[in-house]
Design a protein around this ligand. Structure first.
Ligand code: C2E
Ligand code: MG
Ligand code: MG
Ligand code: MG
Length: 288
């Protein structure tokens, strides 16, 4: 194709492609090193009950501070980790670290960990989860695993069997980014979900388009009829929060309530009512 554009164009195209391939190679090499050395980080974003005040847990979100490039967003390195198989190492590390951190949190705060479809392909996911819980001494009920519809589309039978195994261990299962994939409704009765997380595209559409309010209301009605709890992601305004309260959502998450922060700067100590367990109190506003 580029040959017809002349010699100069061809070598330019070639060089640009070459640079891209080499840059990608370098990034994969650095990601492998970070995965093996365990130099990634987990940040935690608070999950609040629908009142917007009662802290119920945190979602663990992976962070990569590259030594020369600076922070690389998950939207960039997670797909890379999935393509190269590094997600197995990274995912197991995230499970261990999240369980270990959560075991030190006060009360019954839960921790949610995102899983990639590739983590279901190795076949030992329940063993990896069980080992992470045991090493941390965290009750299974305090761990929530977030999966997406793409997992169920790729390997419905194997995914179903694995999810049932995990649910039997007492771990809770949430469907992330709900409403953005395909056939969401069929999966709701085939898989043992405890929670659906309404994608932030819907949250942002609230008050913008009356149809979005109708859809969110219908999701809540349907989920509740199936005894599934509803989280709304991406809450950024008081108007969105009021609409979600009106629709009867159970849980809120978003920059308005709290951004993802390192474990060391969590605000849970100030939020938990059982103050007997609280050793250091942190002003909740510092984490917002
Ligand atoms: P997700 O699981 O849907 O996580 C929520 C994302 O929404 C996070 O982005 C969070 O920072 C962002 N967010 C939270 N509140 C707001 C808000 O009010 N407004 C906006 N605009 N965004 C908000 P983040 O941390 O960049 O992660 C992006 C995605 O990367 C995650 O989406 C998840 O799918 C994936 N990811 C992150 N950590 C992990 C991990 O440990 N393992 C796997 N497999 N995937 C991960
Ligand atoms: Mg998530
Ligand atoms: Mg996710
Ligand atoms: Mg999501």
């Amino acid at each position: 194709r580029a040959k017809t554009a002349g010699r100069g164009c061809f070598s330019f195209y070639d060089a640009a492609l070459d640079a891209e391939v080499r840059s990608r190679h370098a990034l994969v090499r650095d990601l492998r090193e970070a995965a093996e050395r365990g130099t990634m980080a987990l940040h935690y974003q608070p999950l609040y009950a629908i009142d917007g005040h009662t802290l119920v847990g945190y979602e663990a979100l992976m962070r990569w501070m590259h030594p020369t490039r600076g922070p690389v967003p998950p939207s960039e390195f997670i797909p890379l980790a999935e393509e190269t198989g590094l997600i197995g190492t990274l995912g197991a590390w995230a499970l261990r670290r999240a369980c270990r951190d959560a075991a030190r949190w006060p009360g019954a705060l839960s921790v949610a960990v995102n899983l990639s479809p590739a983590q279901f392909e190795t076949g030992d996911l329940p063993a990896t989860v069980a080992a992470a819980l045991a090493a941390a001494g965290l009750p299974a009920q305090r761990l929530e695993l977030e999966i997406t519809e793409s997992l169920l589309m790729r390997h419905p039978d194997h995914a179903l069997a694995t999810l049932r195994q995990l649910a039997e261990m007492g771990v809770r299962i949430a469907m992330d980014d709900f409403g953005t994939g395909y056939s969401s409704l069929a999966y709701l009765w085939r898989f043992p979900f405890d929670k659906v997380k309404i994608d932030r595209a819907f949250t942002h559409g609230l008050g913008q388009d009356p149809k979005v309010n109708l859809i969110v209301g219908a999701i809540v009605t349907l989920a509740h009829a199936l005894k599934i709890r509803v989280n709304a992601e991406g809450v950024e305004t008081a108007e969105q929060m009021a609409a979600l309260q009106h629709h009867g959502c159970d849980e809120l998450q978003g920059f308005m309530l709290g951004r993802p922060v390192p474990d060391t700067s969590l605000a849970h100590a100030a939020q938990v009512t059982d103050t007997a367990q609280v050793t250091d109190t942190v002003d909740a506003s510092t984490a917002r």
